[in-house]
Write a protein that binds this ligand. Structure first.
Ligand SMILES: NC(=O)c1ccc[n+]([C@@H]2O[C@H](COP(=O)([O-])OP(=O)(O)OC[C@H]3O[C@@H](n4cnc5c(N)ncnc54)[C@H](O)[C@@H]3O)[C@@H](O)[C@H]2O)c1
Length: 332
């Protein structure tokens, strides 16, 4: 039987209502899914529920949703009981990044759900081919990698493990569109998946340039914001090279690739900060230092920014030119 792609017909279970789980639950509620929000740690239930409510209230204030938060909350059931997952067709796991914790959680999820349910993990880095061995039907298991906050960002990776069913991967890929994502399909399991591999290549070079005293931390951030920041949201890397002339890129690649950092371990810059207990804005000690007020303002203003960049990204989707061509054809 063909699986429905209508969110209202697909009850979903979000397991783990920490930072990621609560924003993913928000995203799915907005898309129209009935959602079971399962927090395995009873003490975390209240905080998880509050985060979802806060996300919906801000989404309402910002005009991201057309109904009041209560409309969406009516479709949410918060629980710590795995048996409440019995009717869900899709599970998205978001517990602590620890393979033993995830293994224990998947055993409980697997025992509770029906055999037709798709089970996914939002792991940041554990291979999907390893995780899928923890469930009865590895063919129905995938990585579903989100970006925080999941209800405003447009990134989503569907990752196949070695035993995943490609048809179901395509189904999840299509479902991503109903969550307003520009989904990426990772056809073969690869460490770090796609988004992180691209970003870590940039983090490595950024660390190298500062460690070798070519530039300050602040100026690396300025360069990223004003080089990549100006074209990546619209065209990515390949179309950027198409737009600006590919030949020169090959010439520069020949000269520059051998000179880029190929460090195979974290360097002294990040080691010093982490060894001194630095966590970033969480405790005011990071690549920059922050007063409590400053840290909170960066967080608040970044939250604001995610709404604005989302609007721009929605205005220039991946198929913006295709749509324009159709429009032009219709008018001619
Ligand atoms: N934060 C991000 O930006 C981000 C992005 C993509 C993926 N992820 C991944 O999402 C997952 C969750 O990350 P997060 O940032 O939401 O973390 P978090 O610390 O905010 O939440 C962790 C969740 O795990 C639960 N948990 C902790 N110990 C547990 C245990 N022993 N048994 C069962 N549940 C337990 C907590 O109650 C909570 O619900 C991780 O795998 C992480 O790597 C995070």
């Amino acid at each position: 039987m063909k699986k429905s792609t209508d969110p209202s017909e697909i009850p979903a279970g979000i397991v783990g209502l920490g930072l990621m789980g609560s924003s993913i639950a928000t995203c799915l509620l907005i898309a129209g899914h009935p959602v079971v929000g399962l927090e395995p740690i009873v003490e975390g239930l209240e905080a998880g529920e509050k985060r979802i409510k806060d996300h919906l209230h801000l989404a309402w204030e910002k005009g991201l949703i057309s109904e009041t938060p209560d409309f969406y909350l009516r479709k949410l059931r918060i629980t710590s009981d795995y048996a409440d997952l019995r009717d869900v067709q899709l599970v998205i796991e978001n517990v602590k990044e620890d393979i033993e914790v995830k293994k224990e959680v998947f055993a409980k999820v697997d025992a509770a759900v029906s055999i037709s349910a798709i089970i996914t993990s939002n792991t940041s880095a554990i291979p999907i081919s390893d995780l899928q061995q923890f469930v009865r039907f590895p063919t129905r298991f995938f990585g579903l990698h989100w970006m925080q906050p999941a209800h405003t960002t447009r990134f989503l990776e569907v990752i196949c493990g070695k035993d995943s069913d490609p048809d179901l991967a395509n189904y999840l890929y299509d479902l991503g569109a109903s969550w307003e994502k520009e989904t990426v399909l990772v056809k073969k399991d690869i460490r770090g998946f796609i988004g992180n591999r691209l970003m870590y290549a940039m983090y490595r070079e950024a660390m190298y340039l500062v460690e070798e005293d070519y530039v300050s931390v602040e100026d690396v951030d300025r360069a990223c914001r004003n080089v990549a920041g100006y074209f990546l949201p619209m065209v990515g890397v390949f179309r950027w090279m198409d737009l600006t002339g590919i030949e020169a890129y090959r010439t520069v690649m020949k000269d520059l690739f051998p000179l880029l950092s190929n460090a195979d371990a974290p360097g002294r810059l990040i080691n010093r900060i982490v060894d001194d207990g630095g966590k970033g804005i969480g405790n005011g000690k990071g690549f920059y230092t922050y007063s409590e007020e400053e840290g909170k303002l960066w967080q608040d203003m970044y939250d604001e920014f995610t709404y604005e960049i989302r609007e721009l990204a929605m205005k220039y989707p991946h198929d913006v030119v295709k749509k324009k061509l159709i429009e032009n054809n219709d008018n001619s």
